[in-house]
Design a protein around this ligand. Structure first.
Ligand code: DOR
Ligand code: ZN
Ligand code: ZN
Length: 420
């Protein structure tokens, strides 16, 4: 296959190139390649986007999402690889569930799907899961996402074992005792709405703990969905003194603030919660200077039944796969925070490097995982058009820029925007 006349985001910069793929790999990159191809005039080719933090809900919560619907949403959003979190039912805490997800992913045959194993059995916070067996079956990382491992000694052991098997812990940082049932950020808008608040310290304390463990054990750690200005600063300082910490944030933390909760729209309910403008600005700063390595969606699809209830009872989460690229491009690149090449790093090369996955760069010999986007195209987010089962988005009606045209996985077109 040949992609012609595109602007291509390569490690050497953005260049006008043709791309030829062969046997699932990038075979040739050159200003002009002879032969028939797909005309990409006016389009931009990025390295296939990678989302290392997605909830696919299968097994157990297929009413919210399943591997097929989640993978469809992923390729529509430009993602060629995703990693799925273990808070399913049963929990991904053993090789059987890891093997099942990989088998379903092969049958669905859309994007590459990498399972993340739970740190403890059934996410019970008490007993380590069978880390070695999960690694052997194909788990790419470990996480207790949805909560933190409360016992610090157990978390230290988890890091040691995980590291021994070449896996990283991806840490959802939340001190449950301090959150104490809070559903939004504690501040002006929690007071205004009467919704129970949760302070930044509930997140920061665990970020600081994981950094301390990483530093004392000399083991790498990854911090999930950073939402606080103070958390960004903790990570920045740790990196500066050489701690092997990496971190992610999500589009909702750099596009929205807790001001959005005053409508009581449960689509704004997410964990960690939307915070204040100073936090949003710090997240932007963290993305700009690399303190925050990558952008993930924390795609958390829910059924209407979980969201059309009063705010305090609604499920936490945002269905993010189909809006992540456009929100990121619009706010970060058009907003002057990142260059296009930096955005590609945050959405592809860095997550690949953090997890040791193939891909993340457009270069000869790499897997032909490509995301073709029309960066000039404006469109309006409409959850009714989502292919994810989760229509829960706080971005409905928002105008964004940047539309995915094709998603190519191992040289095969897995998504093509239908002509309108
Ligand atoms: O908003 C969230 N939703 N945060 C989490 O940590 C878990 C996730 C979910 O599984 O729905
Ligand atoms: Zn989480
Ligand atoms: Zn999550």
């Amino acid at each position: 296959m040949i992609f012609k006349n595109a602007q291509v985001v390569t490690p050497a910069g953005v260049q006008r190139l043709d791309i030829r793929t062969e046997n699932g790999k990038i075979a040739e990159l050159s200003p002009q390649i002879a032969g028939e191809g797909i005309d990409c005039t006016g389009f931009t080719v990025l390295p296939g986007l990678i989302d290392m933090h997605v909830h696919l809900r299968e097994p157990g919560f297929e009413k919210k999402e399943n591997i097929e619907s989640g993978a469809r949403a992923a390729v529509k959003g430009g993602f060629t690889q995703i990693c799925c979190m273990p808070n399913t039912r049963p929990v991904i805490d053993n090789k059987v569930v890891v093997t099942y997800i990989k088998a379903r992913a092969r049958e669905v045959a859309l994007c590459k799907i990498h399972p993340i194993g739970a740190i403890t059995q059934g996410q019970n916070g008490e007993t380590l899961s069978d880390i070695g067996a999960m690694k052997a079956a194909g788990a790419v990382a470990l996480s207790e996402d949805g909560k933190s491992v409360a016992k610090t000694n157990l978390m230290a052991n988890a890091m040691l074992y995980a590291h021994g098997f070449g896996l990283k812990c991806l840490c959802h940082c939340e001190d449950a005792g301090l959150v104490d049932g809070g559903v939004v950020h504690e501040g002006y808008y929690s007071t205004l709405t009467g919704l129970k608040g949760s302070v930044r310290a509930a997140e920061d304390i665990v970020i600081a703990r994981e950094i301390c463990l990483s530093e004392s054990l000399n083991i790498p750690v990854h911090i999930c969905h950073v939402s606080t200005y103070s958390g960004v600063q903790l990570i920045r300082e740790a990196k500066a003194r050489g701690v092997q910490v990496t971190a992610e944030t999500c589009p909702h933390y750099f596009t929205l603030t807790d001001e959005a909760i005053q409508t009581f729209d449960t689509n704004t309910k997410v964990n960690p919660p939307l915070r204040e403008e100073k936090d949003r600005l710090a997240v932007l700063g963290g993305l700009k200077d690399g303190t925050l390595d990558c952008i993930v969606t924390d795609h958390a699809p829910h059924h209407e039944d979980d969201k059309r209830v009063e705010y305090s009872l609604a499920a936490f989460g945002i269905s993010g796969l189909e809006t992540s690229f456009a929100l990121s491009y619009t706010v970060l690149v058009k907003g002057g925070v990142l260059t296009l090449a930096q955005l590609a790093e945050r959405m592809s090369a860095r997550p690949a490097a953090i997890l040791g996955l193939e891909g993340g760069k457009i270069e000869v010999g790499a897997p032909a995982d490509l995301t073709v986007a029309d960066l000039g195209r404006k469109w309006t987010v409409d959850p009714a058009e989502f292919v994810s089962k989760g229509k829960n988005t706080p971005f409905a009606g928002r105008e964004v820029c940047g539309k995915i045209k094709y998603t190519v996985v191992d040289g095969e077109i897995k998504y093509a925007e239908e002509a309108k």
